[in-house]
Ligand binder design. Structure first.
Ligand SMILES: O=c1ccn([C@@H]2O[C@H](COP(=O)(O)O)[C@@H](O)[C@H]2O)c(=O)[nH]1
Length: 233
């Protein structure tokens, strides 16, 4: 199966397998990847991954592991054994945790992309201060992205607002997977650090994660077509 030539990852944030597959059946695996997150995976288990793979999709399993190194290494191995395209951990788990995850995948020669979440796109400077980080999101993202790169990650989850700075800091090939994408007409929901699809790509995002602007749209396929048009696809 050829890899889809697209930066788009559609977040299938649905409460059950049936609803997720209704949307997946409207999408084209040549034109987007899909993301399975905590709610859908906790409800449906690995069955959803099998169903999406059978339909030809590359899957980002977004479980954001954050635990002691030994536990995270086992979890990323289990996730990669499902044959998913991408998995992630929280950079806040630290260098030893990320290195343990990297070493486990390398030992098994598992080629799943392994990336680390820096600062959630739902967090503002004020949110960071409440958890003891008295700094702006960009500085904290830069700090965690540099640590992630030194710890062997293939890239990070960040907001597109930080993509240009990370391109300078970590290079072009270091993945910058950016949720918080909002076409100008839609609202930000619980997201705090957002950018439009076109501006995100121009800033250096390598992948755009898009959920509600498509999945909750009155006409999801029209919303997706508008985004594709905006980014020249
Ligand atoms: O920092 C992060 C990390 C992950 N996400 C996930 O991306 C999607 C975004 O969905 P929208 O509906 O487009 O807001 C969602 O699954 C989050 O869990 C994130 O938003 N920010």
């Amino acid at each position: 199966m050829p890899r889809p030539d697209t930066p788009l990852i559609i977040a299938l944030d649905y409460p059950d397998l049936d609803q997720a597959l209704v949307m997946a059946d409207r999408l084209d695996p040549a034109r987007c990847r899909v993301k399975v997150g905590k709610e859908l995976f906790t409800r449906s288990g690995p069955q959803i991954l099998e169903a999406l793979h059978a339909r030809g999709f590359e899957v980002f399993l977004d479980l954001k592991f954050h635990d002691i190194p030994n536990t995270v290494a086992g979890a990323v191995e289990a996730a990669a054994d499902h044959g998913v395209w991408m998995i992630n951990v929280h950079a806040g788990g630290g260098r030893r945790m990320m290195e343990a995850a990297r070493e486990r995948l390398d030992k098994r020669r598992l080629t799943t992309h392994l990336i680390a979440v820096t600062v959630l796109t739902s967090m503002s400077r004020e949110d960071l201060a409440e958890v003891g980080v008295d700094d702006d999101p960009l500085s904290q993202v830069e700090r965690l992205a540099a640590l992630s790169q030194r710890s062997g990650m293939d890239g990070v989850v960040c907001s597109a607002q930080e993509a240009t700075a990370l391109r300078a800091l970590c290079g072009d090939t270091f993945l910058k997977v950016t949720p918080g994408i909002r076409p100008s007409a839609s609202n930000g929901d619980d997201q705090r650090r957002t950018l439009t699809p076109a501006r995100a790509l121009a800033a250096g995002s390598t992948h755009l994660v898009i959920g509600r602007p498509v999945t909750q749209a009155l006409d999801p396929m029209a919303a997706l077509a508008d985004i594709e048009h905006e980014i020249g696809r």
